[in-house]
Ligand binder design. Sequence first.
Ligand SMILES: *Cc1c(COP(=O)(O)O)cnc(C)c1O
Length: 431
Amino acid sequence: MDTFNIDRSKNLFERANNFIPGGVNSPVRAFKSVGGDPIFMKSANGAYMYDQDDNAYVDLINSWGPMILGHNHPFVVEAVEKVIRNSFSFGTPTEIEVEMAKLVVEAVPSVEKVRMVNSGTEATMSAIRLARGYTGKDKVIKFAGCYHGHGDSFLIAAGSGAVTFGVPNSPGVTEGTAKDTLLATFNDLDQVKELVNSNKSEIAAIILEPITGNMGVIIPDEGFLKGLREICDDHGILLIFDEVMTGFRLSYNSAQSLLGVIPDLSCLGKIIGGGMPVGAYGGKREIMEYVSPAGPVYQAGTLSGNPLAMNAGFATLSYLRDHPEVYEKADQATAKMADGMKQQLTEKGITHQIASIGSMFTLFFNPNPVRDFEGAKSCDMERFGKFFRSMLRKGVYLPPSQYEAMFVSAAMGSEEIEKVLTASSESLNEL
Ligand SMILES: *Cc1c(COP(=O)(O)O)cnc(C)c1O
């Protein structure tokens, strides 16, 4: 008998559609690529989310990354509770901003100075403005399938045929903006060299997710990032790592320390807010000194460095610093689920790829290894949608898109892992 009841969510979605475009405040929440009605959550604790109909879900998105400690973590909650009556915002500097900046600088190898903003989108937008201002050049290279938020310069698709410049990927992005973004293929170093050679002295920055999450997990080929570092050094181009997803997730010192390649600028978000709206960009002192009011590149924010957000972020980061076992636990839970699913898929004869690193993993329904966006696009999306919907009914909340990574929290215990693997075994049988 089917007991999965989401009537309240359905009703809320109908109401939401009257007042909110598409019924949601961020597109992927609408379940368009997996089918079915989005679930409206009410609360969450540890490894579980609870919806408006009181269904419980093992959470494998964790707010798309931020909740690495699990929901409602007492250390973070108490940190916010302690300051909540001091006012939500002053519009002046506060002590916690200094402590927060120091923590980030000490943790992330490339960051000598850091500026707080309110989202990952703001971080990447500001970082490329700074790169342009600092180098005096206009163009940036981005990689197809890497997501850097919704800034105009990043909503760009590859131009056709011989055209090397980008074209708008969304109405509202002007061709003028698009022509300054060059599109490259992830893992294709030769193509980057060609782009750089055919746009001599015009490229301010190369930006990428050093390990991708936004076309599913893709780990760069040996030498790819080092090659980019060399190209940048040879041509006076700034290398920007967008670590909004991977920062403080793949290690306390972020993906760059794992990979041994240090960018000029880094973008952060998600975990550094501990679930509150925070982003940050930082890098070499000399470059960051170009940001106003120290330097000429303008960037500002009424609520930037917001005291509640900073306290949530500081609590999360300092907890991670002082409790390295958090990473061990989240990573081990991830490996158990990834290995378990791999075994199930193999036994059932379902073609697949499992890409996994640290506490992120993606199950691609694809017979071939996924190395770039073309590979990610060639997955069996229908199959993923079916798998997603079945997992949801069985109480496991996966990212509602084949193009995303699962984010695992340290709140996952053996019971939750078991639940996920039982659900996946049953769901794979239904494909
Ligand atoms: C989530 C994400 C962003 C955008 O961050 P928002 O806070 O959603 O604006 C940018 N880059 C990467 C790599 C991300 O994963």
